[in-house]
Design a protein around this ligand. Structure first.
Ligand code: ZN
Length: 236
C-alpha cells in the first residue's frame, strides 16, 4: 500500500521519540561504546541523526522559500557531521539530537500544500517533491533508534512503517544487484522478492525480522535445512 505524507509524519514523530528515549539514558561512556554499525560508536549514530535533521531542514527551507539549499555542501561536510558528536559531552549531544529534531518538525509544520510539492534534490542527487522529506527522516530515526542499541528493536516499529521500509530497501537492492531472495512471512501476508542471480533462497521470518535482515542489521534466519540466509550488505 502506498505511504502518504501523514504516514511519514507519524512515523517521523514516533521514530524521533524512540531515538530520544534511547539516548536519554546514555552517558559519555555509553556513547563511546560500539554501535552495531561497522566502525561506528553510539555517538556516531546520534551525531549522524542530528546532522541529518539539520540537512533535511535545509530541504524544508528550500521548499518554503524556493531558494535551493542542498542537504550537504560536500561529502566531507556529511562526514564531518557524523564525526562531530564524538567530541561532545553526552548532555550536549543528546541536546543537539533533540533540538535539531524539533527544528525540523517546526519547519515541516509551517509548510503549505504548494510548498510540500516543491522539488528538492537529495544528498544522492535524486529530485523529489518535498513530501519525500518526512519519509527520508522516518527511515533515519526509526532504523537508527535501533542502532543506538539502547532498548529499541525493530519489534517496536509499527507494521505499516516496516512494510514501507521493506518496499524501499527491496527497490534499492534490486537496482544494485545481489543474491536472489524470496522473503516470506510465516502467517502469509505481503512478501517481497529480491531479484538476483540463480534460484531464489527462501527466507521466512516475521516482519520485524525481515526488516532487520533486509537492512543488513541481522544475518537472517537460516533455511529449514540449516543453510544460512544469503549475506546482504549494510544499508543506510
Ligand atoms: Zn543514516
Amino acid at each position: 500500500m502506498a505511504r502518504t505524507l501523514d504516514d511519514a509524519r507519524r512515523w517521523t514523530a514516533l521514530g524521533t521519540s524512540l531515538v530520544l528515549r534511547a539516548a536519554a539514558g546514555l552517558d559519555d561512556t555509553a556513547y563511546a561504546e560500539a554501535a552495531p554499525l561497522p566502525g561506528w560508536s553510539r555517538a556516531h549514530v546520534a551525531s549522524h541523526v542530528a546532522a541529518n535533521a539539520e540537512a533535511l531542514s535545509r530541504l524544508v527551507h528550500w521548499a518554503a522559500t524556493g531558494e535551493p539549499t542542498p542537504m550537504y555542501a560536500s561529502p566531507e561536510e556529511r562526514a564531518a557531521g557524523i564525526a562531530r558528536g564524538r567530541a561532545m559531552p553526552a548532555a550536549a549531544l543528546t541536546g543537539w539530537l533533540r533540538e535539531s529534531a524539533e527544528a525540523l518538525e517546526r519547519g515541516m509544520d509551517d509548510l503549505g500544500e504548494r510548498q510540500w510539492r516543491t522539488e528538492v534534490v537529495t544528498a544522492q542527487g535524486r529530485t523529489v517533491p518535498a513530501t519525500e522529506v518526512p519519509w527520508m527522516r522516518a527511515r533515519e530515526v526509526c532504523v537508527h533508534a535501533v542502532d543506538l542499541a539502547a532498548g529499541v528493536s525493530f519489534a517496536d516499529l509499527p507494521d505499516d512503517f516496516l512494510a514501507a521500509l521493506c518496499d524501499d530497501v527491496v527497490a534499492k537492492r534490486s537496482a544494485a544487484g545481489g543474491p536472489a531472495v524470496a522473503l516470506r512471512r510465516p502467517a502469509g501476508g505481503a512478501g517481497w522478492d529480491l531479484p538476483g542471480d540463480g534460484e531464489a533462497a527462501l527466507v521466512t521470518a516475521d516482519l520485524p525480522a525481515l526488516a532487520a535482515y533486509l537492512t543488513g542489521r541481522d544475518a537472517g534466519p537460516p533455511a529449514a535445512d540449516g543453510t544460512p540466509a544469503p549475506a546482504l550488505g549494510p544499508w543506510l
